[in-house]
Design a protein around this ligand. Structure first.
Ligand code: HEM
Length: 240
């Protein structure tokens, strides 16, 4: 029974995540960018913009320049998350890819890096007066949800393991549209329930900054207003 409920939950969550994110990206891609507004100093070539975006995504460059504390917590959280997600690929692949096997031992500790980052970011929302003032309930709830995912994950890893062979068989089954047996370990059910919740709210949450950063005009525009006139496609239509 539980296995079926979680299967339905994951199918619904996956559909909402994929369709929701695709619709938002379509909206971002179609939004007008009428003005030339790269944050200067900005690259003057396309290659330069690609490199700038890469530095932004990998190192969080502009955040580093503006606030070292937020950078430390934010960057640690995100890099830890990448390792943890890479580590999780073993539940969805058979045979497991070599580089995923290689990342396993590092991924284990990355969970703590995530927790450190999340608690730091949360402390900032509570302790820094001006940030507390602009924090919405949803800001706190997103952090709480992520802490619940990471906390339950670490509990499984270091306190009591669920039958992870069974978890893997269940996940591989779902990918082939077969519903197997899910171990009824409470902390696993909390972990998976929180992950499905995250998938469902992702497209309507501020977590959309992940695809959103690539559409930010201040980051993705080339600083060449004199060499090339900036004309949005819809504005070009008006000139015809
Ligand atoms: C359907 C998707 C997921 C499944 C089936 C799953 C399952 C598991 C299992 C079984 C463990 C225990 C690992 C062990 O004992 O060796 C674990 C740990 C963990 N999970 Fe997940 N998880 C999922 C998604 C996520 C997501 C999306 C995140 C975070 C964004 C996450 C964060 C963690 C963390 C931080 C740990 C502890 C560190 C580690 O063992 O890597 N999980 N997960």
């Amino acid at each position: 029974m539980l296995s079926v409920i979680y299967a339905i939950l994951f199918y619904v969550a996956a559909a909402i995540l994929i369709v929701g994110v695709a619709m938002k990206i379509r909206k971002y891609a179609r939004s007008p960018a009428p003005l030339k507004i790269p944050t200067t100093p900005a690259p003057t070539t396309q290659t330069g913009v690609v490199l700038r975006m890469a530095r932004e995504v990998v190192f969080f460059e502009s955040l580093f320049k503006s606030n070292k504390w937020i950078w430390l917590f934010g960057w640690t959280f995100h890099m830890g998350m990448w390792l943890v997600l890479i580590r999780h690929l073993r539940y969805f692949t058979e045979p497991v890819w070599g580089w995923v096997v290689f990342a396993q031992p590092y991924g284990t500790y990355a969970g703590f890096a995530m927790l450190f980052g999340l608690l730091g970011l949360w402390a900032r929302r509570v302790l820094v007066e001006r940030i507390r003032y602009i924090s919405n309930p949803s800001d706190h709830l997103m952090l709480a949800l992520l802490v619940a995912i990471v906390g339950s994950g670490l509990m499984m890893r270091f306190v009591g393991n669920p039958d992870i062979i069974m978890v893997k068989a269940y996940m591989l089954g779902l990918m082939r549209l077969q519903i197997g047996a899910l171990p009824a370990t409470p902390v696993l059910l909390v972990h998976l329930g929180a992950v499905a919740t995250l998938m469902i709210i992702f497209p309507i949450s501020k977590l959309m900054h992940a695809p959103g950063v690539f559409f930010s005009p201040t980051r993705n525009q080339i600083d060449n207003p004199r060499e090339k006139r900036h004309l949005a496609p819809w504005a070009a239509e008006l000139e015809k």
